[in-house]
Design a binder for this molecule. Structure first.
Ligand code: MN
Length: 311
């Protein structure tokens, strides 16, 4: 992040996606990247689709573990079935939220159902849990109804945290916002945000701009703290993801599907998954669990990304 002028003035950093494949689905991996390890507590952003999954298996992510984070599943089109080691089984559809809190350890699978919608388009996001709660027991929440608010020409659906007069009922553990911004007729408008937050915008369909920087699917735009609004442009029919949060102020170590603080914790989590302890069993997924890749602490420095992460 380049600092320009006074302490509150920072440029817009536009980061291109890297291609990755998750459960047979090609994704645009937008975070983490290089020096940009997180935006608030948002520490992982994959955007996929729209893909035609008509007549194919669709998304097939077999059982895999998570640690120290929350997974946020958000769809623009399609449907995906979540199963986890707490016994949760939940279909998710567009404008609904699946929020899984890994805490001390959980496993889940995400699969297109046998009879699925012909298109799949969505994002998979991770929220790092602050140190004070990251060892808490795991949990799962589904929210079928989420609040919306207007901002000029935009319709904003808030799935995590609060924006304007809309506050999500989802449980989070640091000051955070996650929202879908729709522009049915297009337009440009300053969206009021919390100056204590840093923010990211991903145009997820169509075209747009953040503070005049052009954006399209395949990149993420990041701005630092100190802004009380984000000037957003979206073409008619476009939509965007708006993420923000207070800088966590904690050094995160990401490896595979784990967020921790020390290499020893990561090595212990890999060992636990291999021996079938700690994370529990996902029943009903009818697929072999994903084996953990070999843990190599020398690869933990930027600009690495988790190898072969199934998310
Ligand atoms: Mn996962």
């Amino acid at each position: 992040m380049t600092q320009l002028g006074g302490p509150a003035r920072r440029s817009v950093e536009v980061i291109p996606a890297r291609k990755a494949t998750v459960g047979g689905t090609e994704v645009r991996r937008l975070l983490p990247f290089g020096r940009r390890r997180a935006v608030g507590a948002w520490c992982f952003v994959d955007h996929y689709g729209p893909h035609s999954v008509d007549g194919g298996p669709g998304m097939q992510v077999p059982p895999h573990p998570h640690l120290g984070l929350q997974t946020v599943t958000w769809l623009f089109s399609g449907n995906v079935l979540h199963r986890d080691s707490l016994g949760s089984e939940q279909m998710i559809e567009p404008r609904q939220l699946n929020l899984m809190t890994a805490g001390s350890g959980i496993a889940h699978a995400e699969q297109s159902p046998v009879e699925h919608d012909p298109w799949l388009h969505g994002v998979q996001l991770w929220v790092a849990l602050p140190d004070r709660v990251r060892h808490a027991p795991p949990g799962f929440e589904h929210h079928a109804e989420l609040p919306t608010t207007g901002a000029g020409p935009f319709l904003v659906t808030v799935f995590v945290g609060a924006l304007g007069d809309a506050a999500s009922p989802a449980t989070v553990h640091s000051p955070l916002v996650g929202a879908q911004v729709d522009a049915p007729r297009g337009g440009r408008h300053p969206v009021a945000v919390d100056p204590a937050h840093e923010h990211a915008v991903v145009v997820t369909a169509g075209r747009g701009a953040l503070e005049g920087e052009p954006l399209a699917p395949g990149s993420i735009a990041v701005v630092g703290t100190g802004r009380d609004h984000l000037l957003l442009d979206l073409d008619a029919g476009s939509h965007a993801l708006l993420l923000g949060g207070e800088p966590l102020g904690e050094e995160l170590l990401l490896w595979w599907n784990f967020v921790a603080r020390t290499p020893d914790e990561l090595a212990a989590a890999v060992a636990a998954w291999r021996e079938g302890s700690r994370f529990g069993q996902v029943t009903g997924a009818e697929a072999e669990a994903v084996p953990a890749p070999a843990f190599d602490p020398s690869l933990l420095r930027p600009p690495e990304s988790p190898p072969g992460a199934p998310r």
